[in-house]
Design a protein around this ligand. Structure first.
Ligand SMILES: Nc1ncnc2c1ncn2[C@@H]1O[C@H](COP(=O)(O)OP(=O)(O)OP(=O)(O)O)[C@@H](O)[C@H]1O
Length: 443
């Protein structure tokens, strides 16, 4: 169907087809791009909204840098109101994956990253609030653990997802809140978690955006969330000694020892620097790198996974594999990116692919430095001696010396710890399903 109208006396025709809305040459934009684009692609559109006889296309094409920019196009429409409304609805339905209205709970952490979360949320909200099919209820967290408590108490009937405006630490809290619930399986299936990067590492946001072919940015993250596609995320149940008072934990992101944990945990005090905190602390840690003396057991892909996780004190035999040694680097991950600029496991998909463990054994300071530098591009995987193991489950037990362990960016005791797959979660934002975006009939 075509939509005809006039603006300042100029005639135009907006014509929706399978890939987008074509604007006839004489179409005149009321605001936005100086020159009207010939076509507004559904891939760049979040919807069309009727406001006082005008039709606003919420349009976010990619700018020169590859990041999304907001370039709404507003046209004056004429015609029978019901016909125009039907046209608008059909266009909207083609713009986002989820046809029904969605209600999101938003958690903004004023203490995350360099303390810019409120401004970051304002930017994302200006886009999300323009979409009539989205309703966002925001809460500024008051203390560490606030988001976890709220996720554990959330009423499932009133919420379709949680948007975290913070770093990975608060995403960890939200998944742990969902995992603690009596109805955890239902909550994890229903409540998809979106991540708008406002922390220092923002590994989840980066991994989702990169996997969906989007640039890393605030508007990009908000755009992908609004698109409404979701995907599974593997979660691991964490069994550890001496976690009394903390309760059982789940991990969605990573686990590290040796220099990576020392950098991650040691640099906490420099959170005000944002992502730079890692660079500064890496330089300090490389001056005197501390190796992890430990035994690692892991269950390789394809090995039968028992229904029950072994107890931490149980002996592990085949098909478990065992590696003992001095690890200069120990970094297990569930996501391709371990930080917005650390491409730890290139190509690792979020759901159903298990974890990867990156190991360096007995590396000199020079080799370790080269490995850490190459991680930015993911080229470390081709370096001699860098191992990347695939696993379904794993256990690490320190065998001597001192050290620290970091679980999703938070410190856990330097004691035996085991990771066992649990009910997967869901995240907001996924690559476009090509079968959905092509072959649509002309409307
Ligand atoms: N109002 C608050 N005051 C103090 N701390 C808070 C508040 N709200 C949340 N927190 C805590 O802030 C901590 C840090 O947040 P988060 O980990 O998300 O950011 P980050 O450390 O800067 O980023 P990243 O984890 O990506 O490196 C979390 O552990 C969270 O519990």
């Amino acid at each position: 169907m075509d939509l005809a109208g006039a603006f300042h006396g100029a005639a135009y025709v907006a014509s929706a087809h399978a890939q987008g809305v074509a604007l006839a040459p004489e179409a005149v934009p009321r605001c936005g791009a100086r020159k009207p684009p010939a076509e507004l692609k559904f891939a760049d559109l979040l919807g069309a909204v009727l406001e006082d006889g005008h039709l606003r296309f919420i349009h976010c094409p990619r700018g020169r840098s590859g990041c999304r920019v907001r370039e709404d196009v507003v046209l004056e429409v004429s015609g029978e109101r019901p016909a125009v409304e039907a046209w608008v609805k059909e266009v909207c339905d083609k713009c986002h994956a989820n046809k029904s209205p969605r209600r999101y709970q938003v958690f903004v952490n004023p203490a995350s990253g360099a303390g810019h979360a409120a401004g970051i949320w304002r930017k994302a909200k200006s886009l999300l609030a323009a979409l009539p099919y989205l309703e966002c209820q925001e809460v500024f967290t008051q203390w560490a653990g606030d988001a976890e408590e709220r996720a554990a108490r959330l009423e499932l009937q009133s919420c379709d997802g949680i948007i975290v405006v913070s770093g990975d630490g608060m995403v960890h809290e939200v998944f742990n809140g969902l995992c603690q619930r009596l109805d955890a399986s239902a909550a994890l299936a229903q409540i998809a978690v979106g991540h708008i990067p406002a922390g220092s590492g923002n590994a989840l946001a980066k991994s989702i955006l990169e996997g969906a072919g989007e640039a890393y940015g605030v508007l990009d993250a908000a755009f992908l969330i609004a698109k409404g596609r979701t995907q599974a995320l593997d979660l691991m149940r964490v069994q550890a000694e001496a976690m009394a008072g903390v309760g059982p934990r789940s991990s969605f992101l990573n686990f590290s020892g040796a220099i990576v944990a020392d950098i991650d945990l040691g640099s906490e005090a420099l959170r005000c620097l944002g992502g730079c905190r890692f660079q500064v602390w890496t330089a300090l840690c490389l001056a005197r790198p501390r190796a992890l003396l430990a035994d690692l057991w892991y269950l390789p892909p394809g090995a039968p996974l028992p229904a029950q996780a072994p107890q931490l004190e149980d002996e592990l035999t085949a098909p478990w594999e065992k590696i003992s040694g001095s690890f200069s680097l120990f970094f297990a991950t569930n996501t391709a990116w371990a930080c917005y600029d650390v491409h730890l496991a290139p190509g690792l998909a979020l759901g159903g692919s298990g974890w990867r463990i990156c190991l360096c054994r007995d590396f000199s300071r020079l080799r370790l430095t080269k490995c850490l530098l190459a991680m930015e591009s993911g080229k470390h995987v081709a370096q001699e001696g860098v191992e990347l193991l695939e696993c379904q489950a794993f256990r690490v037990a320190p065998s001597g010396g001192e050290g620290r362990f970091s679980l999703d960016g938070e410190e856990v005791p330097f004691k035996p710890i085991q990771f066992w797959p649990s009910t997967p979660g869901r995240v907001l934002g996924a690559p476009e399903d090509l079968s959905e975006s092509t072959g649509g009939a002309r409307i």
